[in-house]
Design a protein around this ligand. Sequence first.
Ligand SMILES: [Zn+2]
Ligand SMILES: [Zn+2]
Length: 259
Amino acid sequence: MLIDTHCHLDFPDFEAERDAIIERAREAGVTQMVTISTRVKRFDGVLSIAEKYPNVFCSVGTHPHNADEELDVTTDDLIRLSAHPKVVAIGEAGLDYFYDNAPRDAQAEGLRRHIAAARATGLPLVIHSRSADDDMAAILTEETGKGAFPFLLHCFSSGPELARVGVELGGYISFSGILTFPKSEELREIAKWVPHDRLIVETDAPYLAPKPFRGKRNEPAYVAHTAEVLAQTIGVSRDEVAAITTENAFRIFSKMPRL
Ligand SMILES: [Zn+2]
Ligand SMILES: [Zn+2]
């Protein structure tokens, strides 16, 4: 049993065969998944998918790429929308200095509003951080000082220092298909270091398909391949890694029921 804690089932890539994708996930042992919001404006579409499938849950939030388009979304809006029983997380929000699709101050402002919503609701914040290690570490440290909030660093691709800060502040580290790529030696070194009770797996589908599907469209069933590489990396069996990451997922996504 595995949980795909981060996918984007509302993306047009999946439109035509969503039923089949969710069935293939089930066949691969992926019993539950969390489809992640990237625009509050499109939250209705995300929520309708979570409402349609009993084993799909969702988040609410604004991706840093879209931060400047949604500065009208307040912390209270996020809190209100997250009251729906199918909403189990806030985000994804964060900092992406690799693409810099939105001004950095707008990304930071959005991130802080999402942090406030996570702190108020107790729902985990799904954090997207790319090429922004220092600023992310500083904001997480400062905001945790104001009051702890649950969070996970999703699709972790940052350096060891951000991993260390994240774990020290009580956060979880989520690995995607990037962990399986031959060049991800440093990432696998980080995975070996992360305490077992903080490890999470995800696909980030439709992006970042793991080996052997690299370059193709990703889907929740493939999280099994990332889990397998994580098992080899940290030196446990496939069953053990499934048990570890599933327990962790239920601990941090505490609102998500076990089906
Ligand atoms: Zn992301
Ligand atoms: Zn994502």
